[in-house]
Every structure is written in C-alpha cells, then in structure tokens.
Design a protein around this ligand. Structure first.
Ligand code: ADP
Ligand code: MG
Length: 264
C-alpha cells in the first residue's frame, strides 16, 4: 500500500480535482484506491457525490455531522475501517470530511501525538488498498501536517498561473521538518494543472517547473478544461461526467504515468 499526500498551501491549484480524478482513473485501472478528505470545506466529499445522501442543511453547518467522517478518526479515535464509504466509481473509496473538522485543529493541539493521528489510524487499518491519496486544505496547519506525516510521497499540484511557484519554498521547508517524524516522505511528483495553451504564461510556468523539478514533474500536463470544473457539482468524476473531454484524457494519461512511476 502506497500513501500519497496532495498538498500545496495555495488554494485553487487543483488539489481536490486531482485527488478525485487521479483516484478515479487509477480505480478504472483496477487499482483499489482510498481517498481521504482532510479539508473541512469537504469539496472532495461533495465532488464524489457524498452530500446527496444527506441532509444539505446539516452539511452546511458546523453542527455535529450526521455521518462518521475524518473528524471522528482524528479526534474521537474511530477506525478508518468504520468510517470509509464506497463511491459510485468501482474500486474507489472515500473517507469523507465535514465542516466540524474546522474545529479539530484546535482540539488536536492538546493531544499528545497530534502530528501523527492520521498516520496511526492508517497503520491500524485492516483493509489493504493499492493507493491511499490524501487531499489537504489550503494551509500548512495541523491537518496538512498530519497528512504529510502519514504519507510516503508528496504530490504537488502547481497551477500554470502568475506566482505559481510562490510559497513552494515554504512547503518544501515544512516537508523537511516533517522528516523528523516521517523520514520516509519524499516528493513523489509535481503535477502542472490548468494549462492554457493560448497563453505564453502557461508555457513559461511549465518550462520553469520542469527546469526546477526535472523528472519529478510529470510529463502529463492537465489542461484548463471547463468540464473538470463542472463535474463536481453533479457529484461526478470527469469520467462519469464527460469521458471524452480533454480533462478526462489528461487524468487517464496521468494515471498511466503514475502507475509506471510507483509500480503497484
Ligand atoms: P484546490 O483543491 O487546490 O483548492 P480545486 O481542485 O478545488 O483546487 O480547483 C479549484 C477550482 O478550479 C475548482 O472550481 C475546480 O473545479 C477548478 N479546476 C481545477 N482544475 C481545473 C482544470 N484543469 N480546468 C478547469 N478548472 C479546473
Ligand atoms: Mg481542495
């Protein structure tokens, strides 16, 4: 079982879109995949259609969740096995999040092993998955630190936009600090997202990133594709929503490259 964390403290760079569609694409290749939503905003959970099973009202408040979620794992000590759900994509499973997770960072501060709560929960999991992929919130707080501490490989999505590389130094520094608790953690790959072939800027970001990260950068670049942004509002992956789109093709190619690189 290989564990990946998708992190970048910048918001809107494609962390959730990548977790969801890379996960779905690997699942289509017969890999058993667990995605974990560590963001209180719960975009991954709703993008995978999880909201629809539940009362919208309670979803949108910080009240107690009507279903078990990652908060119960981190703060209440529930097992991942008792919390994860299957999704409408075969072989793709989800540990959902809930807005109440927003308070977890504060509650976790006084817990003894606060940086490694997720790691401990994953190590106790009785199921075996080929890949576990953890989606992070847009910060370097305790939730992201738990995700980094639990993973073998860090995947960094970078948006082909202005200031794309801004803040990356901080992420890499944090990763080095995490090695104190989790010596295994390495950068597994950099994924360029929202590439716009019409702009010189996108092209420049791609060449800067490839120069800086060399082979760590995946050859597959995810284009800007409106279908990718529409799919989550239907609770669907890109393959369920529009399998013929350029976004779907990109995430298929990314999964191929990913499987070759990580050999599971
Ligand atoms: P993050 O999780 O890093 O905050 P998201 O994956 O939620 O980023 O992406 C931010 C927004 O951009 C979302 O509305 C998403 O649907 C959209 N988006 C992500 N990737 C693409 C893409 N390749 N093309 C078009 N829109 C995208
Ligand atoms: Mg997100």
């Amino acid at each position: 079982m290989k564990i990946f964390v998708i992190a970048n403290q910048k918001g809107g760079v494609g962390k959730t879109t990548t977790t969801m569609n890379l996960g779905a694409s690997l699942a289509a290749r017969k890999k058993k995949v667990l995605v974990i939503d560590m963001d209180p905003q719960s975009n991954l959970s709703s993008g995978l259609g999880f909201t629809q099973q539940f009362d919208k009202q309670s979803w949108n408040t910080a009240d107690e969740a009507p279903y078990k979620n990652i908060y119960d794992v981190l703060v209440e000590g529930d097992s991942i096995s008792s919390v994860f759900v299957s999704t409408s994509t075969e072989n793709l499973f989800l540990v959902p999040s809930h807005l109440s997770l927003a308070g977890a960072e504060i509650e976790m501060v006084n817990m003894l092993t606060r940086e490694s709560l997720l790691k401990k929960a994953i190590s106790k999991m009785s199921e075996d998955f080929d890949y576990v992929i953890i989606d992070c919130p847009p910060s370097l707080g305790l939730l992201t630190i738990n995700a980094l501490s639990a993973a073998d490989y860090l995947l960094i999505p970078i948006q082909c936009e202005y200031f794309a590389l801004e803040g990356l130094g901080q992420l890499i520094e944090t990763t080095k600090l995490i090695k104190g608790i989790n010596p295994k953690l390495v950068i597994g790959g950099v994924i360029l997202t929202m590439y716009d072939s019409r702009t010189k800027l996108s092209e420049n970001v791609v060449s800067d990133v490839k120069e800086f990260f060399k082979d760590t950068a995946f050859k597959t670049v995810v284009p800007r594709n409106v279908r990718l942004s529409e799919a989550p509002s239907y609770g669907q992956t890109i393959f369920q929503y529009d399998d013929k789109s350029t976004g779907a093709l990109a995430y298929k190619n990314l999964a191929n490259e990913f499987i070759k690189r990580f050999k599971v």
